[in-house]
Design a protein around this ligand. Structure first.
Ligand SMILES: CC(C)(COP(=O)(O)OP(=O)(O)OC[C@H]1O[C@@H](n2cnc3c(N)ncnc32)[C@H](O)[C@@H]1OP(=O)(O)O)[C@@H](O)C(=O)NCCC(=O)NCCS
Length: 210
């Protein structure tokens, strides 16, 4: 309760934003080691205990219904060992969660990879790196010209995986909420970005030169 109140009054997060462009497209096999990379459906979510944790099941069903796509590495026995959310804005923009109550608005032609997880028992085997490479290649095959991903600045495993998958660090963004007011700062360029809207256009960050 106290933690919740504190989070309403004060919230701070430092995020790294990475991008890749379609010139980096590579065709990749669906499989990595014994794991196959494929889209995940509601049936996959309902069959696996991983998705019953932290209210993921109902959240993920809603995401699929909103047009976001989920991909995963699946082992021969059917267990999902890693998953990746991919959102591609084709003709219209789409919105994805960023941090706290903030969201990113993704403009047409752009893809965004988010909420990725490797099952604890399978971490450190390259599944994240390989999944990100496949998500990226898939986004470009489906028409996106560029792709982005964000991770918490202190998430070393995520950062290493993102860089190893071929993304380039674009900027670091600091997000604060003080007494209900959102403040978003581009740390690399010391620029403050509009913070009164809960939906931030990703293009505001991308248009700044890297
Ligand atoms: C972050 C996470 C997805 C990484 O998954 P993973 O499948 O274990 O990652 P990989 O095995 O592909 O490793 C990716 C890179 O990070 C490095 N790495 C992995 N774990 C690491 C750790 N604990 N510390 C430092 N580096 C680490 C690996 O060496 C690899 O780098 P390399 O390709 O240059 O050798 C996983 O730890 C996880 O699910 N964490 C909880 C959720 C999360 O943080 N998601 C990411 C935010 S979207």
């Amino acid at each position: 309760m106290i933690g919740r109140v504190r989070r309403v009054l004060y919230y701070r997060r430092c995020l790294d934003l990475f991008t890749a462009s379609s010139s980096q497209e590579a065709s990749l096999p669906h499989d990595y080691e014994q794991f196959s990379f494929r889209p995940l459906s509601v049936n996959d979510f309902s069959a696996d205990a991983l998705f019953r944790e932290k209210n993921r099941f109902s959240k993920f069903v809603k995401r699929l219904a909103s047009g976001h796509q989920c991909f995963g590495f699946v082992e021969p026995g059917g267990q999902i060992v890693a998953y990746f959310w991919l959102s591609i804005a084709h003709d219209a923009s789409t919105t994805v969660p960023l941090a706290g109550a903030l969201s990113f608005q993704i403009d047409p032609g752009h893809a965004y990879v988010w909420d990725c997880r490797t099952r604890e028992s399978h971490q450190g085997r390259g599944l994240y790196r390989e999944g990100l490479r496949r998500a990226q290649a898939l986004a470009f095959t489906l028409g996106a010209r560029s792709a982005s991903i964000v991770c918490n600045a202190d998430n070393l495993a995520s950062r290493m995986g993102i860089l190893a998958a071929g993304f380039t660090h674009h900027t670091t963004v600091e997000v604060f909420r003080v007494f209900g007011l959102w403040i978003v700062k581009d740390k690399v360029r010391s620029a403050y970005l509009p913070s009164w809207r809960p939906v931030l256009p990703l293009s505001d960050f991308l248009c700044l030169p890297a």
